[in-house]
Structure formats: C-alpha cells, structure tokens
Design a protein around this ligand. Structure first.
Ligand code: PRP
Ligand code: URA
Length: 207
C-alpha cells in the first residue's frame, strides 16, 4: 500500500483547527471540508484522463477529461463531512455510502447500512473517513468493496494511528492511503493521540 502523508502548510493549519478542542462544530466542519479538498486533490494525481477536443475562442486544442471517474464512498457519519468537497472536485463521479458505528466498549464497528453498486469491477474507489484508529471500521468497509470486485481503492483520512495503518496494510485491500498525519498511538479507549476527539460528534454533536 502506498502511503502519502500530505505535509502542506495549508493542510497542517486546517488540521490544527480540527485538533483544537475550542473549535466550534461549524469551524471544525469548515476545516474538514477544506482539508478534504486538499487531500482528495493529492489522492487523484494519478487518475487516468482521456483526450478531448476543445475549441477555445482562438483555436482548437487538446483537453483532458477524467477517463474513469471513481466511486466516492464516505463512511457515515464522520465521512459525510468530506463528501461535498470530493464531489466538487469530481462532479462526474457517483457516490456510495457505508454506515458504521464503533462500539464504545469493544471498539468494534457495528454496520448499520451499505448503499453501494452491486459491481465495482474496473471502477476506482475513494473511501472518505476522517479517522483511521484501530482500522476496524475501514477494514470492514474495504471488505464490502472487495466483495463487489473493487481492486483499485484509495483511502483518504484526516488522521491515522499507526495501529490502524498497520491493520489496513496487512489486510491488503487498499492500494493507497492519503492522510494529513499519522499520529503517535491509540489510548486505552482506542482514541487517536493527540488526535482530535470524536470526529462525528465534533461535526454533528453527540449521538
Ligand atoms: C469513527 C470514524 C471511523 C471510526 C474509526 O466513526 O469516523 O469510522 O470511528 O475508528 P476505528 O478505526 O477504530 O474503527 P464512529 O464509529 O465514531 O461513528 P460516527 O462517524 O458516526 O461518529
Ligand atoms: N474515532 C474518532 O472519531 N476519533 C478517534 O480518535 C478514534 C475513532
């Protein structure tokens, strides 16, 4: 799995707003939206394009269009905060949804919805979730995608823990991980340290 940690100054500044416990829900959502734009931009560098013919006011020239637009898959709830940014960059894409809630005691994901095309054979997929902690949620999502034939999966997350990165890497179902930071570790509650807290609650309020 290729791992890209984007250390751009604007990425680092938006991540710092998200980390700040005093940022409001609105400030957190705005920073995540901007961060997602920058991370998805980096994650799509190698997307294939096809030539198009463009007539400018002056001449005819060769343009480019995304050849095979990826399926965007936000992981609910927290991934919803990245969905609009990704759609804005890739308006020709389609979107699927996976709903998972982590059990506070066991730290295991409880699936509550999946709305995905039946076949993902030959389609690139971009998974959007701000947090990769134990990796249980993401691994579950990757297994759903794999079962539908997805073979080209990029994961975009704001923050990752080393434990989650190792789990996803050993699972072998993601080709690329793009993140703004790989933090120090997980704490006893399986929260990322230093992290930013609960990414769903910080956007939408407590469940
Ligand atoms: C968060 C986050 C990930 C998951 C990461 O979601 O958005 O999906 O935790 O944890 P893991 O790597 O240990 O599985 P959560 O389950 O809290 O649900 P929410 O997005 O609805 O708040
Ligand atoms: N989910 C979150 O939202 N935050 C963490 O630190 C870990 C899992």
């Amino acid at each position: 799995m290729e791992i890209l940690v984007v250390a751009h100054p604007i990425v680092r500044s938006r991540l710092s707003v998200m980390r700040d416990r005093d940022s409001s829900n609105a400030e957190f959502r705005a920073a995540l939206r901007e961060l997602a734009t920058l991370l998805v931009y980096e994650a799509t560098r190698e997307l294939q394009v096809r030539d198009t013919t463009v007539t400018t006011p002056v001449a005819v020239t060769t343009g480019a269009a995304i050849a095979n637009p990826p399926l965007l898959v936000p992981v609910l709830r927290a991934g919803l905060g990245m969905a609009e940014a990704a759609f804005n960059l890739l308006p020709e894409s389609q979107m699927g949804f996976v709903g998972l809630a982590r059990d506070e005691a066991t730290h295991l994901p409880t699936p509550y919805m999946a709305s995905l095309p039946e076949s993902l054979t030959g389609r690139p997929v971009i998974v959007l979730d701000p947090m990769l902690a134990t990796g249980g949620s993401l691994q579950h999502c990757l297994e759903l995608l794999h079962a539908r034939g997805a073979e080209d999966v990029t994961v975009v997350c704001a923050l990752a823990a080393p434990e989650g990165v190792a789990k996803i890497e050993s699972g072998g179902l993601a080709q690329m991980l793009v993140t703004a930071s790989i933090d120090e570790r997980l704490n006893e509650d399986a929260y990322i340290v230093p992290g930013l807290g609960d990414a769903g609650d910080r956007q939408f309020g407590p469940r």
